[in-house]
Design a binder for this molecule. Structure first.
Ligand code: NAP
Ligand code: MG
Length: 405
């Protein structure tokens, strides 16, 4: 069989532990036999990050900026235990944090829907994508423990020395205080990333905040979204037949529970933190959740939402059998290949991505799955297989699928 040719390389970002093991299996079993895979390879495995003093992470971000599409394996964010385990020179920052900061990106998380792995919410028929604004608010707060009687004020001094001052509260006893901020430029980038992503999925976009209570802060978010929509996206949305609407966060939560899914839900930082975990558990499993970082200038980095599955890796190292779910990592590859195909006008590449996704879903729906899914499936008598056999079962389905086309 002829392999599919690529014109532009994908930025391939390798990672750590069990996901690094799966990465190699996926390439060997599911990609290389079918595609003349062109990648520019960056090894973000912890040993090489350490060897380069973490320079390789910045180089990977530059490469994504250059080529526009990357695919990333899960990586370790070192803590004190990892510094000892790997004999690191430093406790390096989270690679995802570095990539997000360098690409000024927004992260979109989408569950992978499979018959037999049912969402807890019965009417959710299509995936709900969460877009989280990953900047500012309570994550960059300044807090103060009020010891006793006194007056709290909000003071801003501009660079010309003009002072604006307002009272927050007159304390008659101990309590707490918090200051938070955000930037119009960051909110605008976030809004653009959300509008572009909803367009690329051809799905409605919801944005929710609490501007009835927060009449300046949340209103700023609301107004920036509305302004960006009117000026830059309304026409495209109308042409695509999709909708944007703003609503209050409590109303959005109520509506989400009654919706059938198939929407992009843009959230402020804290709301996104909370609701992305709620959604991933309600849809079944973290191992069935994909994640894509989108920059305002249209660069894409695809990955799985889960980590390196450390516990499974230690078993693997001891020579024991593992049954680790590779679905989210496979979908990171298909997302990146499909996008590369779109950008380069290579229809076969995008069609291959569709086939591989169908083969993966059909494998699970036929009752063959990894241990994590076998525990929660509604399919009777599921067959739990090991990590490699699961990928090989997908390969068999993929060959059928492609033979059929
Ligand atoms: P994790 O790798 O997401 O795994 C947590 C647990 O969830 C696993 O022990 C496993 O449960 C289950 N699980 C997650 N993914 C699975 C899969 N694909 N198949 C089957 N089960 C799966 O999180 P962690 O163990 O807390 O973190 C490990 C490392 O990952 C850390 O060093 C952290 O820094 C890193 N991390 C990286 C990213 C990223 O690169 N995007 C994200 C999060 C964490 P059982 O053990 O019960 O089977
Ligand atoms: Mg969280």
């Amino acid at each position: 069989m002829e392999r599919i040719n690529m014109t532009t390389p994908l930025v391939e970002i390798d990672g750590d532990e069990m996901t690094r093991v799966l990465w190699k299996m996926i390439k060997e079993e599911l990609l290389l036999p079918f595609i003349d895979l062109k990648t520019e390879y960056y090894d973000l495995g912890l040993p090489y990050r350490d060897q380069t003093g973490d320079k390789v992470t910045a180089e990977a971000a530059e490469a994504i900026r250059k080529y526009g599409v990357g695919v990333k394996c899960a990586t370790i964010t070192p803590n004190a235990a990892r510094v000892t385990e790997y004999g690191l020179k430093e406790m390096y920052k989270s690679p995802n944090g570095t990539l997000r900061a360098m690409l000024d990106g927004t992260v979109f998380r989408t569950p992978i829907i499979v018959n037999g792995i049912e969402p807890c919410v019965r009417n959710w028929k299509k995936p709900i994508t969460i877009a989280r604004h990953a900047y500012g608010d309570v994550y960059k707060n300044t807090e103060f423990r009020v010891p006793g009687k006194g007056t709290a004020k909000l003071v801003f001094t501009d660079d010309d020395g003009n002072v604006s001052e307002q009272e927050i509260f007159r304390f008659e006893g101990p309590g707490v205080l918090q200051g938070t901020y955000n930037l119009d430029s960051s909110i605008r980038s976030f809004a653009r990333a959300c509008f572009s992503y909803a367009l690329s999925l051809n799905q409605d976009l919801w944005f929710a905040a609490k501007d009835t209570i927060s009449k300046v802060y949340d209103r700023d978010f609301k107004e920036i979204f509305e302004e960006v929509y009117e000026k830059e996206y309304r026409e495209q949305f109308e042409k695509a037949g999709i909708q944007f609407f703003y609503t209050l966060i409590d109303d959005a939560v109520a509506r989400i529970m009654k919706s059938e899914g198939g929407i992009v839900w843009a959230c402020k930082n804290y709301d996104g933190d909370v609701f992305s975990d709620m959604l991933s558990s309600a849809f079944g499993s973290l191992a069935m959740m994909t994640s894509v970082l989108v920059s305002p200038d249209g660069c894409y980095e695809y990955e799985a939402a889960h980590g390196t599955v450390q516990r499974h890796y230690y078993k693997y190292q001891r020579g024991e059998e593992t049954s680790t779910n590779s679905v989210a990592t496979i979908f990171a590859w298909t997302g990146a290949l499909r996008k590369r195909g779109e950008l380069d006008g290579i229809a076969e590449l995008s069609e291959f991505a569709d086939s591989l996704e169908r083969a993966t879903i059909n494998t699970i729906e036929s009752g063959v799955m990894t241990g994590d899914l076998a525990l929660i499936t509604t399919i009777p008598n599921p067959r739990k297989v090991n990590s490699l056999d699961f990928i090989r079962a997908i390969r068999a389905k993929l060959e059928e699928e492609i033979g059929r086309n």
